[in-house]
Design a binder for this molecule. Structure first.
Ligand code: AMP
Length: 352
């Protein structure tokens, strides 16, 4: 039986777009988010204003909802596990555990038989020196937890670069050093799995980042069919291994020759899947709602080529121009203040 009321942990733009998709299928949504009047609560039925791990708020969410999902991967795992004792929680909390720690994530991806960058755990400055020596002095140093949009990272591009104080500079927290992947392009795939194990994959998107933030996703990606198939195969392996229900985003580096290396996974709807609302009959947001609410998955086929572009900070000033152009879908997130680096909305341009 399908769920009536869907709880969403997290009140950002992804929660907002999930709530809008849910409403179209007659589901009610309740947002758990400490910030009042957040982007999601503006379009949802109700908000519980409390911390993500507030026991009373979680109990209330479980009581009022038929199923609970989340819109960001840093939901406290203990909170998701506690919730799962009294209400269905999709995607499974194990997906949070895997994606919250880059070291656990890399090991998990390798266990699925999928390539990742070489990596080494780094727990202090001595460990960093040893790891850099192993990688000939070049690599990307990242915090294991809580990094996003390129934050909490340091690039060692040349073996001559100073390593002095590099461990402390990232906050003295557990790190991971990754080998520098000589990629030709970056792609991602958005895929969904329902409670019966049926999987639907959207076409891979080609992504361009600026200042560590996604700038654009272009469809089709400039890759061959064999590479696209490999991306779908990897997404399927990850979904099955997690006994996953919902939408997942998997980001890849494409090597010269077309081979793939997984960079990271996001157990939620993903920025590089926003194009689906303009170029597919069923968007990633509706697909996620369908999966977690117990409906059949929608058709993921793309009916048009397109480019999705994020509106970051002052890009919001271009909205009047975008609105005056044909074939452009504008989507804004209800944020009043445009700070540098803040995602304010996105547009998708239909190409053909
Ligand atoms: P992440 O936060 O892991 O998604 O990294 C942000 C961006 O940094 C990626 O989209 C890549 O452009 C770049 N990057 C991250 N890790 C690596 C790597 N191991 N090798 C080369 N480039 C990387």
């Amino acid at each position: 039986m399908s769920a009536r009321t869907i709880g969403i942990i997290g009140g950002g733009q992804l929660g907002r777009m999930l709530a809008m998709a849910a409403a179209r299928l007659n589901h009610r949504t309740i947002i758990l988010e400490p910030q009042a009047d957040c982007p999601a609560s503006q379009v949802a039925n109700a908000q519980i204003v409390a911390a993500y791990d507030d026991p009373q708020a979680l109990a209330e969410l479980a009581r009022r909802c038929d199923v609970v999902t989340y819109e960001f991967e840093n939901v406290p795992v203990a909170a998701a596990q506690a919730l799962a004792e009294s209400v269905r929680v999709y995607p499974p909390p194990r997906a949070l555990e895997v994606s919250q720690d880059r070291l656990v994530e890399k090991r998990f991806i390798r266990d699925c038989g999928i390539a990742t960058a070489d990596f080494a755990a780094v727990d202090d400055q001595t460990g960093l020196e040893a790891a850099l020596d192993r990688f000939d002095g070049v690599g990307v140093l990242k915090t294991r937890r809580l990094g996003y949009d390129g934050k909490g990272q340091r690039l060692f591009r040349l073996p001559t670069e100073s390593r002095h104080g590099a461990f402390a500079a990232l906050g003295g927290v557990p790190l991971i050093l990754e080998s520098l992947v000589p990629f030709e392009r970056e792609i991602s795939i958005i895929a969904a799995r329902d409670g019966e194990g049926t999987i639907a994959c959207y076409d891979p998107a080609e992504n361009v980042h600026r200042d560590g933030i996604l700038h654009s996703s272009t469809l089709p990606a400039g890759i061959g069919e064999a590479t696209a198939d490999e991306a779908r195969k990897a997404a399927r392996a990850i979904l099955d291994r997690l006994d996953y229900v919902g939408v997942i985003g998997v980001e890849f580096f494409v090597l010269p020759g077309g081979g793939l290396v997984v960079n990271e996974i996001a157990p939620r709807v993903h920025n590089s899947g926003h194009w689906t609302e303009a170029a597919c009959v069923v968007s990633q947001f509706e697909q996620h709602i369908r999966a977690v609410a117990g409906h059949p998955l929608g058709d993921p086929r793309r009916h048009s080529d397109c480019v999705m572009q994020n509106l970051v900070g002052d890009d919001i000033d271009d909205v009047p121009d975008w609105l005056s152009r044909p074939g452009v879908l504008v989507h804004l997130y209800g944020k009043t203040e445009a700070r540098p680096g803040r995602k304010m909305g996105h547009i998708t341009r239909i190409l053909a």
